[in-house]
Design a protein around this ligand. Structure first.
Ligand SMILES: Cc1ncc(COP(=O)(O)O)c(C=O)c1O
Length: 382
């Protein structure tokens, strides 16, 4: 099946690429923009870093702020969502006490969970996990799990916008509202959300929100942001402290030492491309339509039940494997390697809730027949 979008990427044509979710994939035109910025940088690295870069970072922040419906004064760039989460959690090191509690959910991303453990080891804070069921059919199952984990000692709730192992959209509006009513801070891990769902940060008003532009917005790797509420800006510091410590949220984050920030300078072109493709809602509509077709192909040919109702889905779907396999990290990597080497398919397996699952992605360049091929290929692994 011909797909006109496919040629916009440099993806290996011999691989069926069904994993946009893990690291995104950047179109060739954006990589060309980045190469141009790199050349400009190397024409005079001093002039570039001192005179051009500071303005251009803020220019990208202004454009991204419009996209996220907020002010650039509350928006800084970080390397990735892991760094965004680390900046917030490590900023809390001086104030957390062993009597305090932090709530997250059982769908939390592994690296975020490790950072929370670091915080616990450093401060004695108690970590509480809200057990969100999977399979899942209603938003109330998420909301009730989080609500029942809250106590008068809860200081912070760390929750995904779209989860990694299960690929589902959490009702963060409601979770943020409940936390606000109980004077609990909220850190939203939006690693998968920008470019995937429309985001209005001024309306959402969490305490902090971090998101990746290098996944579903297709920006070059190393493009992510951290948004802070005005209240928390003075207390939020980058993971790497540099010259501008305590000079304000923007200057502290805009310079954290010498590095290649050309990915961030590509954001205006990335946002123009998203517009050219019809905007986030149109892109997501197309992706979701394809995802649902792919999911239907897989559930009917493998004889499995879809574990999440359609309203939870955006561009990823996690489905159960039909055969018994130990749900551990090693088995997951083995399966991924075999699927790539034996069937030329790139797709992740996910150990979760004592079971092994697989997660499909759908992006503009994918086609229905790729899911058909996956459905034929999976049983050959066993
Ligand atoms: C929910 C969630 N949080 C955080 C991350 C980390 O993203 P990054 O590797 O860009 O820091 C991921 C990556 O997939 C994720 O799915």
């Amino acid at each position: 099946m011909q797909n006109p979008y496919k040629e916009l990427w440099g993806l290996d044509p011999s691989i069926v690429f069904l994993n946009h979710g893990s690291f995104g994939a950047t179109p060739k035109s954006i990589l060309a923009t980045q190469a141009r910025w790199r050349s400009t940088m190397e024409e005079d690295p001093v002039y570039f870093n001192m005179e051009i870069l500071p303005q251009m970072i803020r220019n990208s922040a202004e454009r991204l702020a419009t996209f996220l419906h907020t002010s650039a004064e509350q928006l800084v760039f970080v390397d990735n969502a892991t760094t965004g989460v680390n900046a917030v959690l490590r900023s809390l090191l001086p104030v957390l006490r062993p009597s305090d509690e932090i709530v997250t959910t059982s769908h939390v991303y592994g690296a975020v969970w490790q950072t929370l453990q670091y915080l616990r080891d450093s401060t004695g804070v108690r970590l509480v996990t809200a057990e969100v069921p999977f399979p899942i059919s209603h938003n109330d199952e998420v909301i009730n799990a989080v609500k029942s984990a809250l106590t008068p000692a809860t200081k912070l709730v760390v929750v995904d916008h779209i989860t990694s192992p299960t690929g589902i959209l959490f009702p963060i509006e409601e979770i943020i509202r409940i936390c606000q009513e109980n004077e609990i801070y909220t850190l939203i891990d939006g690693a998968h959300a920008p470019g995937n769902v429309p985001i209005n940060l001024d309306e959402l008003q969490p305490s902090w929100y971090t998101g990746n532009c290098h996944k579903w917005m297709c920006a070059p790797k190393g493009t992510a942001f951290l948004w802070t509420s005005k209240e928390m800006a003075p207390f939020t510091h980058p993971t790497v402290i540099s010259h501008n410590y305590k000079t304000g949220f923007i200057p502290e984050f805009d310079w954290t030492g010498t590095k290649d920030l050309t990915s961030i300078l590509c954001l205006p072109d990335v946002l123009d491309l998203i517009q050219e493709w019809g905007g986030v809602e149109e892109i997501t509509r197309k992706n979701k339509e394809l995802l649902l077709k792919g999911r239907d192909i897989l559930t009917s040919s493998l004889g499995i039940e879809a574990p999440a109702s359609v309203s939870f889905l955006t561009t990823m779907a996690t489905l159960p494997l039909t055969f018994e396999i130990s749900p551990n990290e090693e088995a997951k990597l083995q399966l991924n390697k075999r699927l790539r080497s034996e069937r030329s398919i790139q797709m992740p397996f996910m150990p979760f809730n004592n079971k092994m699952w697989f997660r499909i992605s759908a992006f503009l360049y994918n086609t229905e027949d790729e899911y058909q091929y996956l459905a034929e290929s999976l049983p050959t692994l066993f």
